[in-house]
Write a protein of this length. Structure first.
Length: 175
């Protein structure tokens, strides 16, 4: 069955963010830079953010240290929402560690909603340029991004994500 519609994180974030700001919700952001954290905090003053240091996602000790620091911020704020906006797969490892930490605390502690939206915050803040509408409508935004940063994205798209291509092919054929 084909997907009915796609909603990229870069379109979801502004919609959700405006509601969270209007309602002054408790939000935490794992930000790619101090600048992103500060700009988002200007819009939502109660926001807590953490900018992890550079780390190798294959170094379990380094990942554990970043998760521990992120969990300190989470424990202090007790957010309803945790947005992660660093690159894949780092944001995934951090989110999984934070979820495990929250689960260890038991059912008495509510689990925040985790949203792993990559560069969505940088697009929202106009710090990075999103693919032109032509590429977006074709569902090839990833290809446009690859042309902008081939050195960084080659391994991710053409080695790590090879399982994704059959899914895309199936979707294209069903349309």
């Amino acid at each position: 069955k084909p997907l009915k519609k796609r909603l990229p994180g870069s379109e979801l974030f502004p919609l959700l963010w405006k509601e969270l700001v209007a309602q002054n919700r408790k939000v935490m952001v794992i930000a790619p830079s101090q600048q992103v954290g500060e700009l988002l905090q200007k819009e939502l003053p109660g926001l807590a953010y953490y900018v992890p240091p550079f780390f190798n996602e294959e170094d379990e000790q380094a990942v554990a240290e970043v998760v521990a620091e992120a969990c300190k911020v989470m424990d202090e704020l007790q957010p309803e929402y945790v947005f992660l906006g660093i690159r894949f797969p780092k944001q995934n490892y951090i989110a999984l560690g934070m979820i495990a930490h929250q689960q260890q605390k038991g059912a008495a502690t509510p689990m925040p909603l985790f949203l792993l939206l990559g560069a969505s915050y940088e697009f929202y803040l106009d710090l990075k340029k999103r693919a032109p509408l032509f590429w977006q409508k074709l569902g090839l935004e990833w290809l446009y991004r690859f042309t902008q940063e081939p050195g960084r994205l080659f391994k991710r798209y053409f080695i790590d994500d090879m399982k994704f291509f059959p899914i895309v092919w199936r979707e294209r054929r069903l349309k």
